[in-house]
Design a protein. Sequence first.
Length: 269
Amino acid sequence: MSAPFVFPPFVPRLLAFDLDGTLIADGGVSLPEATAEALARVRAAGLKLAIITGRDQPPRAVREAMQPDVVATNNGGRVEVGGTLHAEARFSAADLQAALAHELADARVVVFTGDHIYVDLPAGRDPEPWMLARSYKPMQEAPSEGIVKIGFYHPHVAGHAERLRRSHPHLVMTGAQAPYEQFLTVTPAGAHKAAALTLAAEALNIPLAHTVAFGDSDNDEVMLEVAGFAVQVGQLPLLARHANAQVPSHREVAAYLDGLLELCLSAES
């Protein structure tokens, strides 16, 4: 067992993980081999697993290797349990209009439905590889209903976030601060990772007090706050006050899981 790690004082039943910077490298598409093997051991021991991510789709390789019981995407606004859609938060027409009424010249803007992405690119700006891989559509084709997330890429997204917080405080905003100073995500009311963890625990009939959440960024803050035990991955100061334990980086998560599993097995023997 790794001496520096701190483990929960209870036997957990559900482990919930952010992806980028937590289970995988930022922008990564696969689990480190040691993490995949540790997750397989945890799953074999009967613990439930959840992905709760800001992405709109987890990488296929991660999903196949992890075999999660719950997948929550779009910062928790879209929750699947056992591969079936369980809940989805969508913008109202008025909230969508307000969120898109930005003053960010030359911003890249992406809106997400459950199935497609729609992109507004500045003149002369090429789409990014992930947009091409998703067969993106132009913003002009975006529907007025069914939008679950909006992403803004611009050096001054913090100003837009502050204006929205004043005018529409019920909307959920993450990013626009370290480590994502130039990226802002806006999701509908109630679409955040704490809600997703709560829904996941309820769907699996597991008390929140028996959950462990792992996260590294500002959109994980509310999830770490409500979990029975919070594990911060990395050293973002914002999360320190919520963390019961700390793991230096995603590369050490496997070692933490092995230590946690050892405690679980010892408690059962």
